[in-house]
Write a protein that binds this ligand. Structure first.
Ligand code: NIG
Ligand code: FE
Length: 411
């Protein structure tokens, strides 16, 4: 089908084809066209421009976007949306005074989710996850990365990754998948953690690679979870199977995880709530995208990633949800963008760049997603009539979305 969106008040993020990442000062710029149109054919943006230049363009379906803003759909580069059940009881436990760490030490946290997932049949896990994916698409997400990591056995990790593969096949959203066997140590390995690393390296990674179930490899590199040495072993094993690193680092402690990620050509290093000057230096001159997850900081009441410092150092920055049952039970990128402006002091332009083109970069897909560009995939948000794009982060909590188009389909 072809769709012509006409009379657009403002068309955001109109970039040249060769722009696949935006850094430093450039993040303050958001190329826009006033009074614009966009033409979509099948799954592709084929033309856009000013209304005065629309000529005799026509399409099977026309959308009149008078007063409305049109922009690329959100690119959420970090989620764990395949999980079973929820952890609302731990939420209440935290309100009553327990910390995230204390809950994990009592066998809750990631191990709680792993037990639930191990006991959930694959079809049921698919159904629960599909509902979440549909819901985030309605909130404007057109491309998403999904991690394993609540299986923690070979079978359960493969079950998760097969569910991700099914989502990839069934949904119009672009889905990238990441193997996160190193999310937590299963109870059985408490006294011999390196045996779990052996299992990941010798059994899980080869099997995941054989079935072609993952694009990326992730490790929760953190005190009490996976050490720098263990992380390095896993990244090296992943590399031999062409699994590119995208890692959890610096959530609670800064001890060199970022430099390790950069050393291993990580596509992204994510969380970064705790960062020192060495971490910033390590990112300079690298191809690694720093990714902030403000909804996680909000939900756990932990520091926000120092995004200002990162961008002011001339670096790029991306935003993602971290949607998961423990630290971020929300996949709302609109809230992420607002929170980044409110709590991290990003300008609306910086936050939108971080949640579109740079999010796409952090999934390795910014040549085809994340901006309004001829030849890119038709993943588009049409807002309700609003005064300007500043209103998107300003009116936090409001649903400002009128329509979402994913892969050329109106959702
Ligand atoms: O990204 N930090 C590690 N993993 C997830 C949360 C895991 C959980 O609590 O289930 C995160 O925040
Ligand atoms: Fe995460």
């Amino acid at each position: 089908m072809s769709i012509l969106i006409k009379n657009i008040k403002e068309l955001l993020q109109t970039r040249e084809n060769n722009v696949t990442i935006v850094k430093g000062e450039d993040m303050k710029k958001l190329p826009t066209i006033q009074n614009a149109y966009v033409l979509i054919e099948h799954d592709t943006i084929v033309e856009y421009g000013k209304m005065e230049d629309i000529g005799d363009l026509e399409a099977e379906k026309t959308i009149d976007a008078t007063g409305q803003i049109v922009m690329p759909a959100w690119c959420d580069s970090h989620t764990h949306i395949v999980y079973a059940g929820n952890r609302e009881q731990e939420f209440v436990d935290r309100i009553n005074g327990l910390s995230y760490e204390e809950i994990a030490n009592r066998g809750g946290g990631i191990l709680n989710s792993a037990e639930k997932l191990q006991n959930t049949p694959e079809d049921e896990l698919y159904n629960q996850s599909a509902k979440r994916l549909m819901a985030v698409m309605k909130m404007g997400t057109g491309a998403i990365e999904i991690k394993s990591g609540y299986g923690l056995t070979l079978d359960a990790e493969l079950k998760m990754l097969r569910v991700i593969k099914r989502l990839k096949q069934q949904f119009p959203a672009k889905v990238k998948s990441t193997f996160l066997g190193a999310h937590a140590f299963p109870k059985e390995f408490k006294d011999n953690p390196d045996a779990y690393i052996d299992l990941i390296v010798n059994k899980m990674i080869p099997e995941v690679a054989k079935e072609q179930l993952a694009n990326y490899i992730d490790v929760f590199c953190e005190k009490g979870y996976f050490s720098l040495e263990q992380t390095e072993r896993i990244l090296e094993a992943g590399k031999t199977y062409n699994l590119v690193a995208k890692i959890h680092v610096n959530q609670f402690n800064a001890f060199g995880g970022i430099a390790l990620g950069v050393k291993h050509d990580a596509l992204s290093v994510d969380h970064l709530e705790e960062m020192n000057d060495d971490d910033i230096e390590a990112l300079k001159g690298s191809n690694t995208m720093p990714v902030g997850l403000p909804s996680c900081s909000y939900f756990l009441s932990i520091p926000y990633t120092p995004a200002r410092k990162i961008i002011d150092a001339g670096l790029p920055f991306a935003l993602a949800t971290d949607y998961n049952p423990g630290s971020t039970p929300s996949g709302n990128m609109n809230f992420v963008v607002s929170t980044a402006c409110i709590k991290m002091k990003l300008t609306p332009e910086e936050a939108i760049n971080a949640a579109t083109i740079n999010g796409a970069y952090a999934m390795g897909i910014s040549n085809m997603y994340g901006s309004i560009c001829r030849g890119k995939k038709a993943n588009i948000i049409i807002t309700k009539p609003i005064s300007s794009y500043n209103y998107i982060p300003y009116a936090f909590g409001d649903n400002l979305i009128d329509k979402v188009i994913v892969n050329g389909m109106i959702i």
